[in-house]
Every structure is written in C-alpha cells, then in structure tokens.
Design a protein. Sequence first.
Length: 266
Amino acid sequence: MHIDKQKDITPFQKSLEKIQDANIIYLERLNSYWGSYNCVKVIINGLKKASAENFDYYIHLSAQDFPLRSNEEIQQKLINSTPLSFMHHFSLPESNWVNKGKDRLETLHFFINKKRVSISQYTKNKLYKSLYKLWEALVLKSFDLNQTYYGCEFYFMFHHSTVIEFLKNLQNNFWLRQRLKFTLIPEEIFIPSILFKSKSKIQVVNNTLRYIKWEGLASSPKLLDEKNISEFSKGDYLFGRKFDFEINPDLHEKLIKYLKNRNQSF
C-alpha cells in the first residue's frame, strides 16, 4: 500500500486499525504529484515487493476503485483466466488521445521540487530552449527512430508471469527507462512501453475488467453514482472506477447493499 507523502496519514491509520488481521505491506511514501514519474516509481516499488511473495495476480487499485463482485467471484475469475493479464493498451499515435499522444512523447516533462516543467519546441526560455534542442537531437531524432511506444489506462491486473517480464525488461532497458521518465503523464506510457519491449509470449487482454465511464476526450473518467449500478451489474466487471465517497457519502452503503444482494442470488 502506498499513501501519498502529501497526505495526512492519520485518517488512513485510523481506518486500518479496524482491520487488525490484514496483511498489508507499506511502501516508501513519495510525493506522487499527478503526471510525475513518482507515480510510476510507486508501482515499480510495489511490484518488486509483491512479486517476492509469489502471488498469482497483482491488481493495481486506487482509493477511488471499488469491487463490483465478491472476493470469491474475483478470485474465481482470475483462476479461470490464468495466465492472462488485463490492461487496456494501444500503440501510439492514438486517435482517442489529444494530439494523438504526440505531445506526450515530444514534450520534455519533469518536476523541480513541486513545480511542473514542460519544455517543447515553443519554449521561449533560452536555457530550456537549448535543453530542448539537445533532447530533440538525441532522443526524438535518434533514439526514438528504433522504438515503438504504447499508451494504456494506468490500472491493471497482471499475472505473475507478466510482472516478472516487466521487471526483467525494466532491468534490461536502461536508456528506454530514462527516456520514458520525461514523458507527459508517464504512468500512461511507461508501463506498456517497457512491458512490450520484449517478444515474450505474455498474454495481455485489452480489457481492464473495470466499469469506467469516459466522456469525449476528458482527462479523467466520470464520477460514478447509484445511477450506474444497473449498468455495471449487467457486465463482466470486477471493479468500478471512479467513486468519490467524500462527495457522495451515501454511495458506499448502497454499493455494499448491491454486493450483498448480488451474493444472495448466487
């Protein structure tokens, strides 16, 4: 479990005290600013620790994900799916991304302390302009000629074999790793681009098994509420994203009731 370093840990500690028997491994807390490489680093740290436990499946969840099936149903689905992994992915350029994702790869993107810095061909700062010309010459017009890049939805369910392949590729592709750190919103490019670098026979289904509602070219999914229950109850979804129980505190109880009623029908 990772708790953003920017957040007050007290509410999390109080909630976790109620589940004394939970087997929780805590990760080093990082400032995981939206669109920063630290979002990727947290995932890498988690996969390295979790893979040492030799689980069959590794599911990436955020605080705004919620199960739409019982633990038993989720477990059975994954047992039946072995050794498949699940991640919505695509090669770049991609028409559903703004500018087909071109700016994601061409922009030199990083943080200085808490400040986001994005450098492109249109940058006027002289120092940054010189830095971009170097980036353009060494990366965009040289390194990138031999690369294929992929985009994805950040939330996935990986079989153990896929995690091992990802970590192996991470180790074996130093320069690709460094290049991807500086993409715009790297968490949506880094993982699939590293994973699919090798020709291994891993099986990744282009599906997240999550109920997610996108509208147009929005930068994030639509918040879900009780009106969506009739929609996701009919599909093959294990989790829903995204729910905000602070905005809609009654929704949590309604989802719990939905799960109880669903379990009784099985």
